[in-house]
Design a protein around this ligand. Structure first.
Ligand SMILES: [Zn+2]
Length: 318
């Protein structure tokens, strides 16, 4: 595995596009291109190795290594994508598009677009199954807290976006933006991601009581001043909410509902890969840049303030 001490080191190694392409061919296909149209593993190099032509005579289609990846159909150089992935992988608390744009010498709007595409690639697509002992809880993001340095207006919980989450004690986390913390929404979330044999630990909120019947359910009665029961607590998920909020509020002035899930996924990815060194994380991310998200999808009408200019304006102190 290639190892990079810093961004300069990385950009020096990947200074030309063909080196980047060759590297992706290795990471993505173990060196042997697979035709995305027919699955054939025989191909010809064309255009000086820039692209491939399928060797299956019924297909003969042309493709490049970026097909189906986040870098597809962009005129952003691969070296810039690599730099962005490196910076995202090595910033423990995330990076704003303003900062990313400065670091890479590109427009903020381009950086914003790249960040969202990379977040999409980081999204856990297979779905995790949390096991053993799982703490579940909900939180509210945005509204008053996120806007406090922008506006003195008093906001209510109505302005906030609800997020429900579950964490293995000492392990992995999954979070999901939800329109409403109802029994139904909470039950569907937990049922999907928590192993039936796991112990479920929650507070006394009524939202968890229905799904709790399907598990060994440990209820910590916070309203009665109880914070631990036979060694069980919900401290894990509560600590995670602090990490998530610090991360989001530290970088973004405003997060629209349409984008919050991707921010949540980015932070969950960071958290769940916390034991992996930055260098290795860079290569892992490059290997999974297969998410597809077009600019059209990104700026779809459900994404409020999605013109890429007023979502993130504050720079990080990192
Ligand atoms: Zn083919």
């Amino acid at each position: 595995m290639a190892q990079f001490k810093n961004l300069k080191d990385l950009l020096t190694k990947f200074s030309d596009e063909q080196t980047c392409r060759d590297f992706l061919v290795q990471r993505r296909w173990n060196g042997t291109p697979i035709c995305p149209y027919c699955g054939c593993n025989k191909s010809y190099k064309i255009e000086n190795g820039k692209r491939f032509k399928c060797a299956n005579k019924d297909c003969y289609k042309k493709y490049s290594v970026t097909i189906g990846t986040v870098a597809q159909d962009t005129n952003i150089p691969l070296s810039t994508w690599f730099g962005a992935v490196y910076l995202i992988a090595s910033h423990k608390k995330g990076i704003s598009s303003v900062q990313l744009g400065k670091d890479l010498g590109i427009a903020q709007k381009t950086a914003w677009f790249m960040l969202h595409r990379i977040r999409e690639a980081l999204r856990e697509k297979k779905g995790l199954l949390l096991t053993t002992e799982v703490q579940a809880d909900e939180t509210y993001i945005g509204g008053e807290e996120i806007n406090k340095h922008l506006s003195k207006r008093i906001k209510t919980r109505d302005d906030k976006i609800a997020v429900v989450g579950a964490i293995e004690t000492g392990g992995r986390v999954v979070t999901q933006v939800t329109p409403w913390v109802s029994k139904k929404n909470v039950s569907e979330f937990i049922e999907k991601i928590v192993d039936k044999k796991a112990k479920l630990v929650t507070d006394g909120s009524s939202a968890y009581m229905k799904i709790g019947k399907r598990y060994e359910h440990i209820v910590i009665n916070h309203s009665a001043g109880q914070y631990t029961l036979n060694g069980f607590t919900t401290n894990g998920i509560e600590n995670y909410w602090s990490i998530l909020k610090r991360g989001i509020y530290g970088i973004y002035h405003q997060v629209s509902e349409g984008h919050l899930q991707r921010y949540c996924d980015e932070f969950a990815y960071r958290f769940n890969s916390r034991k992996i060194p930055d260098n290795e994380r860079f290569e892992i991310i490059l290997g999974q840049l297969t998410g597809e998200l077009t600019y059209k999808q990104l700026t779809a009408k459900n994404n409020i303030r999605a013109n890429g200019q007023d979502i993130e304006t504050k720079e990080t102190g990192e």
